[in-house]
Design a protein around this ligand. Structure first.
Ligand code: BES
Ligand code: ZN
Ligand code: ZN
Length: 500
């Protein structure tokens, strides 16, 4: 999708469609919508009067201009109540409008920059949200379809009042493109069927990020992992004929300041059959996206490498299948993680915490002191929070709050769940240091705490995205399938920690 800028009166713009925003309850039409209304001899005002246009959030009204304007069509897009217009409104609306116009066969259109001028919203962030919304909302995963349904939107022109705004808008457009591209990379990896998205394919996608941005890539194979003692990851991998990979991307944004670091670690289970503790058919069906956490790391690293915050960021993805092959690990096996801790396998389906044990221990071995891990870890978090928020857990409240704030800034909800010390009794083992399961109750917390056992003094937070990584309904900037959460949070976090 191309984005360009045009200054001056939007009504003079020759385009198949122009899009203007409207707030709920306005009586006087000003700005772009005012100019368009005038050119249409008050058509918008009269539709408002008739109650046909209310300006409700997400409301879309299509008008044909019948020669009164250069553009053939006008879309009036509702922003909702003036008090509650936020950057999230603008992003979601841009997605819905883009899909709407695409469904009408429109392949290019012009848009006012919605939200700019509303309380507390700057033009740069509104332009960014508009680009993100359009790119994310019109994303399609159609590479395995022989025929495409409708042509994709090719270009969007953003209309600004005068030249003084161009630089700010260009900054927003550029940021929006980088971030949306990263989210869509994550989505495409997670939407890919598991016979395509193997651990090897994940490593290839990481290589694509490294070559296009110039950041460092390291991919460890089974022998190197054996050498490092990553028995927890290798135990999961041993039931599969696909070779496991430990993928590390490094962005050195503050090379003279090694302590200014962050590790983002993502679960990369490219298919979770459950292992010998096999899942049910229904439970297994969505398990191609059990690598969504890992994909979010690769996506976020791509954006971070381009936005260049002043911080060193390491992205780590322990990637493997969890399969019940003849060599598969057994329930009651004992494995030893990289840091020497022994783990009894209470359930082979609790494999995410095992690969993350070694992923997090690896981050510690690199001297990292701030860690966020991201995983489709538990069904329990879906029971607790549904798909409206990811669960967040951690060992340091300041760090947890920093991560929650990064999510808040980009409209990705994180909801903290408890990690009381007493919960730790649940995953005691009679024969090893810990068990990988903790019986009934507090399943999401138990999974989180087990990963936390490997953080070894670092500030650590865990995001359980089991409920938020996919969606079954089209809404705003999310089509069906992988959402790309929490790529935008991870990027915002790295930027918020930037030393400059
Ligand atoms: N990948 C699953 C968790 C999951 C469930 C993700 C539903 C997305 C949707 C994970 O590996 C798993 O199977 N967890 C078990 C843990 C249990 C065996 C302790 C679970 O949640 O049931
Ligand atoms: Zn599992
Ligand atoms: Zn899993």
């Amino acid at each position: 999708m191309e984005f360009s800028l045009v200054t001056g009166d939007i009504t003079q713009h020759d385009s198949p469609a122009i899009v203007v925003g409207i707030m709920q309850g306005v009586t006087e039409l000003t700005g772009a919508v005012g100019k368009v209304d005038l050119a249409l001899d008050g058509a918008i005002a009269s539709l408002i009067e008739d109650g046909e246009i209310k300006g409700k959030r997400g409301e879309i009204t299509l008008l044909h201009t019948l020669g009164k304007l250069q553009a053939k069509r006008v879309v009036v897009a509702g922003l909702g109540d003036a008090d509650s217009v936020s950057i999230n409104t603008v992003r979601a609306l841009a997605g819905s409008v883009g899909r709407f116009l695409r469904s009408k066969g429109v392949t290019n259109y012009a848009s006012a920059i919605h939200g700019a001028g509303a309380e507390g919203l700057g033009i740069t962030e509104c332009a960014q949200a508009l680009v993100e919304g359009a790119e994310l909302g019109m994303y399609r995963f159609d590479k395995h379809k022989s025929e495409q349904n409708s042509p994709q939107v090719e270009s969007i022109t953003l209309a600004v009042d005068d030249d003084s705004q161009t630089e700010e808008v260009e900054t927003g457009v550029n940021r929006g493109r980088i971030i949306a591209d990263a989210v869509n990379l994550c989505r495409s990896m997670a939407n890919e069927p598991p016979n395509f998205m193997t651990p090897t394919a994940m490593a290839e996608d990481a290589l694509g990020v490294a070559t296009s941005t110039g950041i460092e890539l390291e991919v460890l194979d089974r022998p190197q992992m054996t050498e490092l003692g990553m028995g927890a990851l290798l135990g999961v991998a041993q039931g599969s004929s696909e070779p496991p990979k430990l993928i590390t991307l490094r962005y050195n944004g503050d090379p003279d300041n090694e302590e200014n670091n962050l590790a983002i670690v993502g679960k990369g289970i490219t298919f979770d059959s459950g292992g010998l503790d096999l899942k049910s058919a229904a439970g297994m069906l969505e398990m191609k996206s059990d690598m969504a956490g890992g994909a979010s790391i690769i996506g976020a690293m791509k954006a971070i490498a381009q936005l260049k915050p002043t911080i060193n960021v390491v992205g780590i993805v322990p990637a493997t299948e969890n399969m019940p092959g003849g060599k598969a690990q057994r329930p009651s096996d004992v494995v030893t993680a990289m840091n020497g801790k022994t783990i009894e396998i209470g359930n082979t389906d609790a494999e995410g915490r095992l690969v993350l044990a070694d992923g997090v221990a690896y981050a510690r071995s690199l001297g990292i002191t701030k860690i966020v891990d991201v995983a489709t870890l538990t069904g329990a978090v879906v029971v607790a929070l549904g798909n409206l928020a990811s669960g967040i857990f951690g060992n340091d409240q300041t760090w947890i709050d920093t991560v929650i704030q990064a999510g808040e800034d980009v409209g990705e909800r994180l909801w903290q769940l408890p990690t009381f010390d007493e919960y730790k009794d649940q995953y005691k083992s009679d024969i090893a240091d810990i068990n990988n399961t903790g019986g009934r109750g507090a399943g999401a917390t138990i999974g989180a705490l087990i990963i936390g056992e490997f953080a070894d003094g670092a500030q650590w937070a865990h995001l359980d995205i089991a409920g938020t990584n996919r969606t079954s309904k089209v809404d705003g900037f999310n089509p069906k399938g992988a959402t790309g959460a929490p790529v935008r949070t991870l990027v915002a976090l790295a930027e918020s920690l930037s030393a400059e």
